[in-house]
Ligand binder design. Structure first.
Ligand SMILES: Cc1cc2nc3c(=O)[nH]c(=O)nc-3n(C[C@H](O)[C@H](O)[C@H](O)COP(=O)(O)OP(=O)(O)OC[C@H]3O[C@@H](n4cnc5c(N)ncnc54)[C@H](O)[C@@H]3O)c2cc1C
Length: 437
């Protein structure tokens, strides 16, 4: 572990997808420059999407690590784990830790990710109310579960559905309360949401949409424990636990306090440089280029964080690299239902063409605009979705074969030969950065 009050060439804040991507890229081009990596979490880098499998009991920390335990020593990376950076000063090139430690840096990366949004619900805070974005959250829920038979999950997005599946597999009866009219509404269209809702209900999950929780109640048995929640229509849902999963916001505090340019996230250019030339940002905290929307925006998924980290790392080490851009791309398997979605799945306006096919639980939809794929949803039969994603990413004109994209027998051979030979084959293999589930 690094001592504080040191100087370092590279300082990385955040030991997850973005931070590790940067450290690896730096070491590919600079074998000796000092790297210090700081994280508030006390663990070596683990796959955050796997915390639900930890909660189920299928994984422990060891098999959630996405780099071997000797990664840091082998790459000569000093770590400061379990400590939080409280202040960033870009004039003096220093940071301060909450314990008073201080470090001086030449190039800095903010890969600080996101923090769960916790709304001010009446009756909070209280034991029995949790969030679900870190391994420590999963541990805290696990420790509490022996006093729980029913849980309410507030929010039917990716994190809400993820924790619901883990709780159901632990034998808990779960009610999801979702404010919008359907689950997974930010990443799926109506048909795919309905299929996921059906899978949830078939597994015994009570899905309540178009409502919110207005109060969390407790009763004083052996201390103050959660007993039920009240919804905005006055109805009551009994439960011994509440998980708040309404979303994550970029963890921008350090950047704000240092005066960096911020929108919803830290504003960066195609080199992942912030408004200060020696400070970079990537991953969930940064607004980086989205190749579908053709603007910078938040795209908080693992592969984008890793690729952004790599891009930032190369630039920090003086090797010019351009972020190719990412987009929202999710590959899910909750309650046995395989889903892949990417790009714009529910376009607004009438200048898009929607191609779709649905039977049983199989659903394929491809959204085409100006002769290019800008969005897709595949449910159940997802095997060929990687090819469609590559068409999206490569901005390939699809007018000659677009109907084939949703056909049962769609495959590489459905595409004109010059496309799959020259461009698609390398592009397909470069999309595999999502941690193994
Ligand atoms: C339950 C869940 C399921 C998910 N499933 C998927 C999925 O299936 N596929 C997918 O692509 N993505 C998924 N994601 C999203 C994915 O995990 C994130 O996009 C990714 O982890 C972002 O990486 P990051 O490096 O930007 O930040 P993070 O992984 O959020 O890591 C940021 C790190 O910075 C540290 N940090 C922050 N501030 C400070 C500070 N001031 N001082 C010190 N350290 C600090 C934090 O402690 C943390 O360790 C999921 C997320 C969750 C929570």
């Amino acid at each position: 572990m690094a001592k504080t009050n040191e100087q370092t060439k590279y300082l990385i804040i955040g030991n997850s997808a973005g931070g590790i991507g940067a450290a690896e890229a730096i070491r590919e081009v600079d074998r000796t420059g000092a790297i210090i990596l700081i994280s508030a979490e006390p663990y070596p880098a683990y796959s955050r999407p796997l915390i639900s499998e930890y909660l189920v009991g299928e994984r422990n920390l060891e098999n959630m690590l996405f780099r071997p335990p000797d990664f840091y020593t082998r790459n000569n990376i000093q770590t400061v784990l379990g400590k939080t950076v409280s202040r960033l000063d870009t004039d003096t090139h220093t940071i301060e830790l909450t314990d008073g430690g201080r470090l001086t840096w030449e190039k800095l990366l903010l890969a600080t990710g996101g923090l769960p949004i916790v709304p001010g619900i009446k009756g909070m805070p209280k034991p029995g109310v949790f969030t679900f974005t870190t391994l420590d959250d999963a541990k805290a829920i696990d420790n509490y579960l022996n006093q729980v038979t029913r849980a309410v999950v507030i929010g039917g997005g990716l994190i809400g559905v993820s924790v619901t599946e883990a709780l159901v597999r632990r034998g808990i009866k779960v009610t999801i309360v979702e404010m919008k009219d359907r689950v997974l509404n930010t990443i799926l269209d109506e048909e795919a949401s309905a299929l996921e809702a059906e899978a949830l209900q078939q597994s015994g999950v009570n899905v309540i949409t178009n409502h919110t929780v207005t109060e969390i109640h407790s009763e004083a048995i052996a201390g103050e424990t959660v007993s039920n929640v009240t919804l905005d229509d006055g109805s009551q849902v009994p439960c011994e636990m509440v998980v708040i999963a309404i979303g994550v916001r970029p963890r921008t505090e350090l950047a704000v306090q240092a005066g960096l340019e911020i929108n919803r996230g830290i504003i960066v250019d195609r080199h992942l440089t912030s408004s200060h030339p020696d400070v970079y940002a990537c991953g969930d905290v940064a607004e980086a280029y989205d190749f579908i929307y053709d603007v910078n925006r938040l795209t908080p998924i693992w592969p984008n964080a890793y690729l952004g980290g790599r891009t930032a790392g190369f630039n920090m080490a003086g090797v010019g690299a351009e972020y190719p851009g990412g987009t929202a791309m999710n590959s899910l398997k909750y309650f046995g239902l395989d889903i892949v979605s990417a790009g714009i799945v529910s376009p607004v306006g009438d200048n898009c063409e929607m191609l779709s096919k649905k039977y049983d639980t199989v659903y394929r939809k491809v959204v085409v605009k100006d002769d290019q794929v800008i969005g897709m949803v595949f449910v159940s039969d997802i095997e060929k979705s990687g090819i469609v994603f590559s068409l999206m990413k490569e901005k390939i004109r699809v007018s000659g074969f677009k109907q084939a994209l949703i056909a049962d027998d769609f495959g590489l051979v459905s595409l004109p030969e010059k496309i799959w030979r020259s461009r698609l084959i390398p592009a397909v293999s470069s999309t595999a950065a999502v941690p193994a589930k």
